[in-house]
Ligand binder design. Structure first.
Ligand SMILES: [Zn+2]
Ligand SMILES: [Zn+2]
Length: 234
């Protein structure tokens, strides 16, 4: 008990959204738990972006562009969680993954269980980035989510072999070229039918598409994804 108290003094639990120290076993502070809302019900049936027009099935991007993944889901709108995700990735707050997975299960758990993926696959980061960060943020979410939906985490199937330039600095064409050959698959015969990819953010889908295409080529028939956040749809 003393040890536990000491640990909580030295490393207080923090709100996974605003980072305020919280004393209890909660994942969020009282303010954030009232404020935070998941992505609305009317989402793009392909990429999971919230739709401004509920009568549409696909967002503007997905109605024009073919994706290699089958369907994606996001828990929150990027604007609502961007500071949290920044700390999660760049300030060592790996423990936020616990809340992200809890929220994913709470808001999208039914859909994820209906998919019943054979494996949960975190989007890999390059080993050099791993060395500086100390963890792969997508793996942390995948590991926590596995506890809710039961599918095993497989981070041995695909590796990132090239340290890519941050995508937001590039045009769409440059992104594609940059991503090409950035990943290497462990086997050309992946004996899984359905996989669920995990990442922190979905923006244009370039990363998800590249990975989905690689897995489909290797024989996976359905590729889904879940991200903590998604940008606004049209
Ligand atoms: Zn908070
Ligand atoms: Zn879409």
């Amino acid at each position: 008990m003393i040890t536990r108290r000491l640990i909580s003094v030295l490393y207080p639990r923090r709100c996974a959204l605003c980072d305020k120290a919280i004393a209890s076993e909660d994942m969020l502070c009282a303010d954030c738990s009232v404020r935070i809302r998941p992505v609305g019900r009317d989402t793009c049936h392909r990429c999971g972006k919230e739709l401004a027009d509920a009568d549409r099935i696909y967002c503007y991007d997905c109605s024009r562009k073919l994706h290699f993944f089958d369907r994606g889901f996001a828990v929150f709108k990027y604007e609502d969680v961007k500071e949290s995700l920044y700390r999660f990735k760049y300030s060592g707050r790996a423990e936020y993954a616990r809340f992200y997975a809890f929220a994913a299960d709470r808001f999208i758990g039914r859909e994820l269980r209906a998919i019943a993926p054979d494996a949960i696959v975190p989007v890999p980061i390059h080993r050099r980035r791993y060395a500086t960060r100390g963890y792969n943020q997508a793996y942390e979410i995948a590991k926590e989510l596995s506890g809710y939906i039961g599918a095993p985490v497989r981070d041995d199937l695909i590796k990132r072999c090239k340290n890519t330039i941050p995508l937001k600095k590039l045009s769409e064409k440059e992104r594609k070229n940059n991503l090409k050959n950035a990943f290497i698959i462990a086997s050309n015969d992946v004996k899984l039918k359905k996989i669920l990819l995990i990442d922190d953010i979905y923006t244009t889908g370039a990363t998800m598409d590249t990975i989905a295409a690689i897995f489909k080529e290797a024989g996976v028939s359905q590729v889904y994804f879940l991200t903590v956040a998604v940008g606004a749809g049209l």
